[in-house]
Ligand binder design. Structure first.
Ligand code: FES
Length: 59
């Protein structure tokens, strides 16, 4: 499923970025381009980041 329509970035690409060490929406933007256009997806990216942080805390 696309997170960023403008740059055609999928949720799994965002997850890969997080797995590679990205901890902020800016790092994900630098790596994938997501959020570099209309920026409507930035909230979604932040939610994915938050969710993965929560999972990391639980694990
Ligand atoms: S949807 Fe991501 S920049 Fe527009």
């Amino acid at each position: 499923m696309y997170v960023c329509i403008c740059r055609a970035v999928t949720e799994s690409e965002v997850h890969e970025c997080i797995a590679d060490g990205a901890t902020s929406a800016k790092q994900i933007k630098d790596a994938t381009g997501a959020g570099g256009d209309c920026a409507l997806c930035v909230r979604k990216i932040c939610a994915i980041l938050k969710r993965s942080e929560d999972l990391a805390t639980v694990a």
